[in-house]
Ligand binder design. Structure first.
Ligand SMILES: CC(C)CC(=O)Nc1cccc(-c2cccc(CN)c2)c1
Length: 232
């Protein structure tokens, strides 16, 4: 997160850190007791390894009550996701067991009504992604408020040049922005997850490259289907 600030500890108890060998790779969030939603492109550099999911954390390194690392039983990328574009950039992770819910570990509801969030709506994005252009990584969860911008503005030739589909949304990225390692985290508007951070042009803090999020509502049926099928 560029230009943000340290989050209030455990006020975002749905936040997950997707880790490999104890290293934070991407964000995610708890959508059900045994399920975390994140971004498919986070598996790009994992060489087939399976993530572990850290829940209940504020600091990535310090011992904290209710902080716990969960094994992942299954990682399910959306079938339409691919490395060439940001389409269908969602990843569902089934935890080995149900997460123990408490003050520090809670589910975040996601938007199920497929209607665009109005431009200028101020939403919040949080994560343990880089906090400087030099790539400095934070120990504690960061957050930043960002206004939604219209798809038409985001699709202008000098911005994302008509690549933003109706299943994506954008926020202004002037100075304050999501960045590397924030992928997979939720864009929260009015207490509901409306989008999932995607890397987009892999540029941060440049107003000519607004932040891109995968809208969740268009994928509600896919999410429900995967969870129902795995429940058996
Ligand atoms: C395997 C993955 C971690 C590779 C990856 O995602 N790289 C990467 C590099 C630079 C910026 C970003 C990035 C992420 C989220 C939002 C934004 C821009 N708002 C950029 C992402």
């Amino acid at each position: 997160i560029l230009g943000g600030s340290e989050a209030q500890p455990h006020l975002r108890p749905y936040m997950a850190s997707l880790q490999l060998d104890g290293q934070h790779v991407c964000g995610g969030f708890l959508i059900a007791e045994q399920w975390v939603l994140s971004a498919a492109h986070c598996t790009e550099e994992t060489d087939g390894k399976v993530f572990q999911v850290l829940l209940g954390a504020h600091s990535l390194t310090q011992p904290e009550p209710h902080k716990r690392l969960y094994r992942v039983r299954a990682q399910i990328p959306h079938p339409g996701s691919n490395i060439h574009n940001n389409k269908d950039d969602l990843l569902l992770l089934q935890l080995e067991e149900k997460a123990e819910l408490n003050a520090h570990v809670q589910v975040l509801p996601f938007q199920r009504e497929d209607r665009d969030v109005a431009a200028d709506t101020v939403c919040v994005v949080a994560g343990w992604g880089t906090i400087s252009h030099s790539g400095r990584r934070p120990d504690k969860l960061q957050e930043v408020e960002r206004p939604v911008i219209s798809r038409d503005l985001c699709n202008e030739r000098t911005r994302h040049d008509h690549t933003i589909t109706h299943k994506m949304m954008c926020t202004d990225s002037r100075r304050k922005d999501s960045c590397k390692g924030d992928s997979g985290g939720p864009l929260v508007c009015g207490g509901v997850a409306e989008g999932v951070v995607t890397a987009g042009s892999r540029v941060c803090g440049n107003y000519k490259k607004p932040a891109i999020y995968t809208r969740i509502a268009p994928y509600a049926a896919w999410i429900d289907g995967v969870m129902a099928a795995a429940a058996g």
